[in-house]
Design a protein around this ligand. Structure first.
Ligand code: IMP
Ligand code: MG
Length: 180
């Protein structure tokens, strides 16, 4: 692996296929141990999480379901402020064991605004699985229950993560060159 150029910017290797695979296997084993017999429902948040969701789901040996949603955020009225809505969530969450699958938790804004809407449906439990987490960037209190990697506050690319729409297809994870 060496430096690559995507959308005119240079990115250098950060996590290898083997490192990513190892952590996904570990997270998968934790989930298998914790959810046996509970038939969890995984909710993968598109677009970024599709690769992590696919690899993680393949590690599961328990009965489990998965669905994919998109989050759309828009400015509401002055009183409601910033609003996050989901597209594609058809399943009822009542009394289900739910696990959100995210590619990366950065400021935590998106999830912290979305989770209360899911809690309204009274799931039996609601947990978060994220491949990557930037603790230094977190501004909204959020507990990540199943985490692949804690990473520095730098821009990452690949394995589902994009830079202006490109780079999601990369098998490895890269970081922007020269960013401090
Ligand atoms: P948050 O609301 O700030 O936690 O936003 C998280 C979302 O921003 C993730 O689901 C990603 O789609 C995107 N994101 C955050 N950091 C990066 C990054 O380093 N590379 C690519 N996308 C990112
Ligand atoms: Mg995302």
């Amino acid at each position: 692996m060496s430096v690559i150029v995507v959308n005119g910017k240079e990115f250098e290797p950060y996590l290898t296929v083997a490192q990513i695979d190892e952590q996904i296997k570990r997270v998968g084993a934790e989930i298998n141990a914790n959810y046996d017999g509970k038939r969890p429902l995984f909710i993968a948040i598109l677009n970024g999480s599709f690769m992590f969701a696919s690899d993680l789901f393949k590690e599961l040996t328990i009965d489990a379901e998965i669905c994919f949603i998109k989050l759309a955020s828009y400015k509401g009225t002055r009183s409601t402020g910033h609003v996050v809505t989901s597209i594609g969530l058809d399943e009822s969450l009542k009394d289900r064991h739910v696990v959100i699958i995210e590619d990366i938790v950065d400021t935590g804004k998106t999830l912290s605004e979305f989770l209360p809407q899911l809690m309204d449906q009274q799931p039996a439990s609601l947990k978060i699985a994220a491949l990557l987490h930037k603790p230094e960037a977190l501004v909204h209190a959020l507990k990540i229950d199943y985490l692949g990697f804690s990473v520095p506050n730098k821009f990452l690319l690949g394995f589902g993560l994009d830079y202006d729409g490109l780079g999601r297809n990369l098998k490895e994870i890269y970081t922007l060159v020269g960013e401090e």
